[in-house]
Design a protein around this ligand. Structure first.
Ligand code: NDP
Length: 405
């Protein structure tokens, strides 16, 4: 039994904490710390009610390494699980190094003043973690996370070589709001308004952002959700997969967006509400996207009316026993079922469950190593088994559908 310190108390954290509480044989004691302690206390009270498990809570500013170090030294966890925001990744990694504790997160670092994310900042910690004999696991949500594990599994068990991967992320749910994002609005909007890139024949190819009339999209027929318009998008797991899936010639990421979502976001962008620089307002400096976040529904509260399914998976194309074969590995997750279990919608659920499983893999010593790892570098087998047991069952089928060239 091990002690875990979870940082961040938003939508994803709510799921992580409850899922850890469901496994007391692994997570012997659970500490939860965040910027706003009352949010930690609210999650802790629900956990006590649901599972009779005590979660200890604390306030911490995770931008401040000294505060983190003091907290980690007091709690003495075996692992710090970071489900705050990507802005805090490096400070939390610094504190883990100083305190000699392993680290896991679900999203790669991005600086607050530039809407740009890449692994280089966190990969630069490789030697520091290795020298201290510590392990940092990056991107252990669903995408990145489970999608990388699906790739590792396909590489290990299904294919002699994988030529092409198409990752397809569909949220076919309806939350009843005119416009809302399914995880932190600031991070979500920064991600989906980026220039799009995919990887082909050894280089990154740029295409227009999803709001551009020339954005690349097509209709994909998702299992249980049906045909949905899917847009080419840049997503962080591609950066590590091109390094770790041998022989890969092409990788793309597709995400569904409704016309309603695109229209709202286009208007918000046109009027300047998605700007990340500060503007003067009645003698005060405000950052429009932060103000927008204050107006939009909190993703953690979307669950109670959410209907429909999220379907995320990978289509592989490659060689099996000398033949060209296409396989599809995917999970279908029902918003209402997630809400019944942990009072969360499927996007928080599909992120929080893999984060808990990754922590379980590390605490059980199934994933071990020294340095910084993306999850496809670790053994997928027991993680895949736990997905089936912990609420995210997956399927492997032959793929006969259509994908754009
Ligand atoms: P939320 O905004 O709901 O929660 C973030 C939490 O972090 C809040 O409790 C917030 O505190 C806390 N926080 C922010 N800044 C600080 C700070 N300086 N110090 C301490 N705590 C802080 O986000 P989500 O739960 O939706 O997302 C959590 C993470 O999961 C994000 O990094 C997101 O990118 C990632 N994610 C990953 C996915 C994947 O599949 N890999 C998919 C979806 C999300 P406060 O309550 O005070 O605001």
């Amino acid at each position: 039994m091990s002690r875990i310190l979870i940082i961040g108390a938003g939508g994803v954290s709510n799921v992580v904490v409850k899922k850890c509480a469901q496994h007391p044989e692994v997570f012997g004691s659970i500490f939860l710390a965040s910027r706003t302690k009352s949010k930690c206390d609210a999650i802790a009270a629900e956990v006590k009610d649901l599972y009779s498990v005590e979660v200890k809570t604390a306030q911490v500013d995770a931008d401040d390494v000294a505060q983190l170090v003091a907290l980690i030294n007091e709690v003495k966890p075996a692992l710090v699980l970071n489900v705050a925001l990507p802005y805090q990744d490096l400070t939390i990694m610094d504190a883990c190094l100083e305190c000699g504790v392993n680290y896991l997160d679900t999203a790669n670092y991005e600086p607050k003043d530039k809407a740009h994310f890449e692994y280089s900042w966190q990969w630069a910690y490789q030697d520091k973690f290795r020298e201290k004999g510590l392990m940092a696991v990056l991107g252990c949500g669903f995408d990145p996370g489970v999608t990388n594990i699906f790739c590792a599994y396909a590489q290990k068990h299904l294919y002699d070589s994988i030529r092409q991967i198409d990752i397809l992320d569909c949220n076919a749910g309806d939350h009843g709001h005119a416009f809302a994002t399914n995880f932190n609005p600031e991070i979500n909007i920064r991600e989906v308004t980026q220039i799009v890139r995919h990887w082909e024949k050894g280089e990154w190819v740029e295409t227009p952002a999803i709001l551009d009339p020339n954005a690349v999209h097509f209709s994909f027929d998702y299992p249980e959700a049906g045909p949905r318009e899917s847009y080419l998008l840049y997503h962080e797991e591609m950066e590590s997969l091109v390094k770790n899936i041998h022989g890969l010639e092409k990788i793309r990421f597709w995400m569904t967006f409704s016309q309603n979502y695109i229209t709202h976001l286009k208007v918000l962008e046109n009027v300047g509400m998605t700007r990340i620089d500060s503007v003067d307002f009645k003698g005060q400096k405000i950052v429009p996207i932060e103000f927008l976040k204050a107006l939009l529904p909190d993703p953690g509260t979307l669950g109670h009316n959410y209907q429909g399914k999220a379907v995320i998976g990978c289509v592989f194309n490659g060689e099996i026993d000398g033949e060209h074969k296409r396989k599809y590995i995917y999970n279908v997750c029902d918003h209402a079922e997630c809400y019944r279990e942990v009072q969360a919608q499927a996007v928080s659920y599909t992120t929080g469950v893999p984060a808990m499983i990754g922590a379980m893999m590390m605490l059980k010593g199934i994933w071990k190593g020294e340095g910084v790892f993306n999850v496809e570098q670790l053994d997928p087998d027991e993680f895949m088994e736990e997905l089936n047991k912990c609420g995210l069952p997956w399927q492997i089928v032959d793929f006969n559908g259509e994908l754009p060239e």
